[in-house]
Design a protein around this ligand. Sequence first.
Ligand SMILES: Cc1cc2nc3c(=O)[nH]c(=O)nc-3n(C[C@H](O)[C@H](O)[C@H](O)COP(=O)(O)O)c2cc1C
Length: 205
Amino acid sequence: MSLNLPPEPEFGQAIDLVERQQGVLNFLATRRSASALALTEPGPDAAQLTDLLRLAARVSDHGKLFPWRFIVLQGKAKARFAEGLHDIAKTRSDAEKAQTALGKLINPPLAVAVISSPKPGNIAEWEQVLSAGAVCASLVNAASAAGFGANWITDWYAYNAAATTLLGLDAGERVAGYIYIGTAKDAPLERARPNLDGLTTVWGS
Ligand SMILES: Cc1cc2nc3c(=O)[nH]c(=O)nc-3n(C[C@H](O)[C@H](O)[C@H](O)COP(=O)(O)O)c2cc1C
């Protein structure tokens, strides 16, 4: 069953600036990731996943290059992928730790690998990578706002060459994040938050 979203605007359509949305402000003021290890069924169904990816792809993107793509991992294929990673983990010096880390991939019903896929041309690669990060954050937020638990994880297999080959990355591509989505049974606890006074300066004062 789809999420209850407005239709996607037509290309070139004038879009009304969104009115003040208290629900969105409340969500952003309290958002938290769920523990990936604790995510269980149900995850999004096919229609909900389509909607979530549509929301995630609606990010700022200098040059409209869409310098990212999604790889969906679910069901038996996700289990097969995890088995492949398990074999790769065995070859590592931290084999036991690397194998244990796979629980975050194995437990949730759905994983979406967000792939940074920079395009050649005038737009700085850094900006294209940032856009992929924005996709990850939007996907976590969209899934959370839709009532699922979600977490953005990288772990060793986002960086390991054999693991990214198994995932199917092309040359020049990198994993921006694995976004794990499912149902969180327990409410997350508030974590430490930064003191913004220490992180914010007013230039010129
Ligand atoms: C790029 C990136 C990679 C991350 N990778 C991991 C990871 O491998 N393992 C982990 O426990 N948390 C990881 N996190 C942190 C979680 O996604 C999450 O942000 C953290 O648990 C804080 O919770 P919050 O999102 O509720 O503030 C990563 C975050 C980012 C931005």
